[in-house]
Write a protein that binds this ligand. Structure first.
Ligand SMILES: NC(=O)c1ccc[n+]([C@@H]2O[C@H](COP(=O)([O-])OP(=O)(O)OC[C@H]3O[C@@H](n4cnc5c(N)ncnc54)[C@H](OP(=O)(O)O)[C@@H]3O)[C@@H](O)[C@H]2O)c1
Length: 335
């Protein structure tokens, strides 16, 4: 058994981590924390009544190091790197769900804030198992990918050599409201999003440079990604519609099936995908169609599972020498 800590347990991704880890056969939750402590887990998550109880601590790296070998940081960016630095110095492995260790220094500081842990940033592995499985196994610090980048990169990866990079790639993305975290804002207020849909941060969302950077690392090509996210009136789930020109006509389903043939958490469909069929799971579902050198790729994930918490636990499984699939959810919340 490996003892683990969850920091940020009161948030959306913190709850999803808890829900999986409670029944994980190899991970034992020994510490849960948020910024204020004091409350019982049941005050935060009454849905866990009769299932799990533990005191909620004010997050403290030294206390974590006394009782856990690995910590999940489900914190906002900037807060995360302070904890990660201390935890790593104390010998605790870290899976960071924030953006703090995902990007090269220059890109990070351009889009987020000054970085306070440059040493560990260099060592962090980007936690997309389909790209970096072997590196994740040997790492003590995994930067869990962003939710939109997970769905976008998995959709585009098999096609990087076929895309005509003289033309832009357009990504139209849609997310359920949990993607914005638990704090309510004008956009996420019930009255704003109920029976509504709207774009936000067109061409300047922080996930755009993450997609560009990771595709560059894989292909050596700097793609002109044009990313426009939308908020939709759903609690969870994300959909990517990507449009691009390719060099010659291809059979994209055949390519997807061959590329992902050994991947346990990618499903290829021969018709457009929907968010509900992968909601509650770690799957990324993908469909694609090619016509007259135009390629359309359609992918879906559950943002608080494959886009964060279940992917984080799959990474932790790899880091601790367990099977990647251990306790990872595969049955969708349908109907
Ligand atoms: N939501 C998604 O779909 C998604 C997907 C991919 C990645 N992520 C990333 O994952 C991280 C967590 O996201 P989320 O949606 O779960 O956020 P959230 O719902 O806003 O929760 C944030 C959590 O962080 C805690 N926290 C904040 N500052 C802290 C501090 N200084 N010390 C200890 N705890 C602190 C909060 O505790 P309090 O209760 O005390 O405020 C809360 O538990 C973010 O970096 C986010 O960008 C989220």
């Amino acid at each position: 058994m490996t003892n683990v800590a969850i920091v940020g347990v009161s948030g959306y991704t913190g709850l999803e981590l808890l829900k999986i880890l409670i029944h994980h056969p190899k991970f034992n939750i020994t510490y849960v924390a948020n910024s204020s402590g004091e409350k019982s887990i049941l005050d935060l998550h009454p849905s866990l009544c009769g299932i799990f109880e533990a005191p909620v601590m004010i997050a403290d790296a030294k206390e974590i190091a006394k009782c856990a070998k690995l910590a999940f940081l489900a914190l906002p960016h900037r807060s995360s790197m302070g904890f990660a630095k201390e935890l790593l110095d104390l010998g605790v492995k870290v899976v960071d769900l924030s953006a703090d260790y995902r990007l090269e220094l220059e890109t990070y500081e351009q889009h987020y804030c000054p970085h306070i842990d440059k040493k560990n940033l260099k060592k962090a592995i980007y936690g997309l198992p389909e790209m970096y499985r072997e590196e994740i196994k040997k790492s003590s610090l995994v930067a869990n990918p962003g939710c939109y980048p997970t769905a976008s990169i998995l959709a585009l990866l098999p096609f990087v050599d076929m895309i005509d990079e003289n033309y832009p790639i357009f990504i139209d993305a849609k997310s359920g409201v949990t993607g914005a975290g638990k704090k309510c804002s004008n956009n996420t207020h019930f009255v704003s999003i109920n029976e509504n849909i709207f774009a936000y941060n067109p061409f300047k969302h922080r996930h755009e440079p993450e997609i560009v950077e990771k595709l560059y690392k894989k292909s050596g090509k700097i793609f002109d990604i044009n990313f426009v996210p939308h908020l939709i009136p759903a609690s969870r789930g994300e959909m990517i519609d990507a449009y691009m020109l390719i060099k010659e006509d291809i059979d994209p389903i055949k390519i997807l099936k061959a590329y992902y043939k050994n991947e346990p958490f990618i499903r290829i469909f021969d018709k457009p995908v929907d968010i509900k069929s992968c909601s509650g799971t770690n799957f990324c579902d993908i469909f694609a169609k090619c016509q007259d050198k135009k390629l359309y790729i359609n992918s879906t994930i559950d943002n608080i599972l494959r886009g964060s918490s279940s992917q984080a636990i799959a990474n932790a499984n790899l880091m601790c020498g367990y099977d990647e699939s251990l306790a990872i959810p595969t049955i969708a919340y349908v109907p």
